[in-house]
Design a protein around this ligand. Structure first.
Ligand code: IMP
Ligand code: MG
Length: 182
């Protein structure tokens, strides 16, 4: 498959060009500038939410202009019979994060459930502050009240892949973002 194509197919579904590499790079730089300014006097800990965020995090963190720590978590939201509403950490936090200023790095916030549950677990660990940076934000399905301070792009409720995001683990290495054709 040739990445320069304006559309790609996976399992019979077509995905078309949505946000190109240049536009992503410009926005990532802007987000990094803003975070670098806001946290210049602090010592934040970045928490990268795997899997989808790995490309965004790699680009964003390399544009941050202060020394910082970054760790990784892999999350799965409970649902169905679980009454706690908490998130399952497939890869959890080993470090003591109490008192830390946390910046969560996400690829995309959809309903917001995954992050909501994760944020609750961070509060339990007595962190100093929590902000979220997400490359993409789906405004309509979002059903929580927590603030998302840094948003790359607000998009409609459509399924996207590329730049780390996947369809059945496919498409993560697309350098641009593609949207599923209706
Ligand atoms: P939420 O809990 O509904 O906010 O969804 C969170 C996670 O679902 C995101 O971090 C993504 O990993 C995944 N996700 C949501 N929408 C999309 C999409 O359009 N493409 C790929 N993954 C998505
Ligand atoms: Mg994600």
């Amino acid at each position: 498959m040739v990445w320069e194509q304006s559309s790609v197919d996976f399992d019979g579904f077509s995905f078309v060009n949505f946000i190109d590499e240049e536009k992503i790079a410009l926005r990532v730089q802007e987000l990094a500038n803003q975070i670098s300014t806001d946290y210049a006097q602090k010592d934040p800990l970045f928490i990268v939410v795997l899997n989808g965020s790995f490309v965004f995090a790699a680009d964003l963190l390399r544009k941050i202009t202060f020394d910082c720590k970054s760790i990784f978590v892999k999350l799965k939201s409970y649902d169905g019979f679980e009454s706690t509403g908490k998130v399952e950490e497939l890869l959890g936090i080993q470090e003591d994060i109490s008192g830390k200023d946390i910046i969560i790095i996400e690829d995309i916030v959809d309903t917001g459930k995954t992050l909501n549950d994760f944020i609750l677990t961070l509060h339990d660990q007595k962190v100093a502050s929590i902000e979220v940076v997400t490359l993409l934000f789906k405004k309509d399905p979002f059903r929580y009240k927590y603030p998302i301070k840094y948003k790359g792009f607000e998009i409609q409720d459509r399924f996207v892949i590329g730049y780390g995001m996947d369809y059945n683990n496919q498409g993560r290495n697309l350098p641009a973002i593609f949207v599923k054709k209706d």
